[in-house]
Design a protein around this ligand. Structure first.
Ligand code: SF4
Length: 315
């Protein structure tokens, strides 16, 4: 792409506004799932950055409907979101496609019954997907659906270092399987992982750009309390990226992604109370401002340096 588009990146918010004609708010839900990297099937330790809630909200004691109603009430009380009428249900915590397909079917049925539901997102890891589960998701009646797959890195050495217990090839297989079923994938990629340089992260972004994905979530590694990465930080073995460094990396990453890929997130968003370090990870607005500033300063935009737009079958 040689001409700068009207916005410097394609955000999920702008996509949803275009689809539904109004703001759609995402609601994180905890379906009481677990994870093979937690329950002993692959490991009991989990990924080294994963918090006790499986990167979720810790609300599993409540039904999906109870969580949904509580979140909608919270949004209705906030001056900024009180007019929001439509919501996207996001099964966020742990690995929601783990276990038999019948469990996933029941979860999707429960989601479908939620009021004011515009669509859904299902978070998982790449080795917990198969044809039966893809077929279920491909048949969903939602106008908007995303399968969110944690890939994190294209380096198997890094994946071993963070105790993921899956490979980059697993991610490639899962993404291609989803594409074959027409299930849109949002890939999660993380910057600042142990042992990785800035260039290693950008290599992961280039790799992601060659896959048939429709969305990406960019994360900076942060250090939740009680996690292995935080212990490594306290021992002086690991240090966080600084905010300017991350902003420059995220902006550069955008240039490498096809312009049609929907950017679901530009930086991590720690849950209240979970963060040990770095404190700037709580300054989401500041990080987004810096990313925008880097894009403006360099006259960069999403896709400007991407060589593979034609490989996205959804483009
Ligand atoms: S795969 Fe997800 S839920 Fe499982 S341990 Fe890793 S981050 Fe946590």
């Amino acid at each position: 792409m040689n001409e700068r588009p009207s916005a410097r990146h394609l955000s999920l918010d702008s996509r949803l506004r275009a689809l539904f004609g109004e703001k759609v708010q995402k609601i994180p839900l905890d379906a009481g799932s677990t994870c093979p990297n937690r329950d002993g099937v692959l490991s009991t330790g989990g990924c080294t950055f994963c918090n006790a809630e499986g990167s979720g909200t810790g609300q599993a004691a409540l039904s999906l409907r109870e969580q949904w109603d509580a979140w909608r009430e919270r949004f209705r009380r906030s001056p900024r979101t009180r007019h929001t009428r439509l919501f996207l249900g996001y099964l966020q915590a742990f690995t929601n496609t783990y276990g038999p397909a019948s469990r996933l079917r029941a979860l999707l049925d429960e989601l479908s019954a939620l009021p004011d539901l515009a669509g859904a997102c299902v978070g998982t890891r790449p080795d917990c997907l198969d044809e039966e589960k893809m077929a279920l998701m491909a048949r969903l009646p939602f106008q908007e659906f995303w399968l969110e797959i944690g890939a994190q890195s294209c380096s198997n050495a890094t994946l071993a270092r963070i105790n993921r217990h899956h490979s980059a090839e697993d991610t490639e297989r899962a993404v291609r399987l989803a594409a074959g079923f027409g299930v849109p994938v949002c890939l999660h990629l993380m910057a600042g992982l142990p042992g990785e340089s800035d260039e290693d992260f950008l290599q992961t972004v280039r790799w992601a750009a060659t896959l048939p994905i429709r969305g990406v979530k960019l994360h900076n590694l942060y250090f939740p309390k009680g996690t292995v990465v935080n212990a490594q930080r306290l021992e002086g073995r690991l240090a966080p990226l600084d905010q300017e460094q991350y902003a420059a990396l995220a902006a550069r990453a955008l240039t490498l992604l096809p312009s049609s890929v929907v950017i679901h997130r530009l930086c991590a968003d720690p849950a209240p109370g979970e963060l040990a370090s770095p404190s700037w990870a709580l300054d989401k607005g500041g990080t987004l401002h810096l990313i925008r500033a880097v894009l403006e300063y360099n006259n960069w935009w999403q896709g400007k340096a991407c060589n593979c737009p034609d490989q996205n079958p959804f483009a």
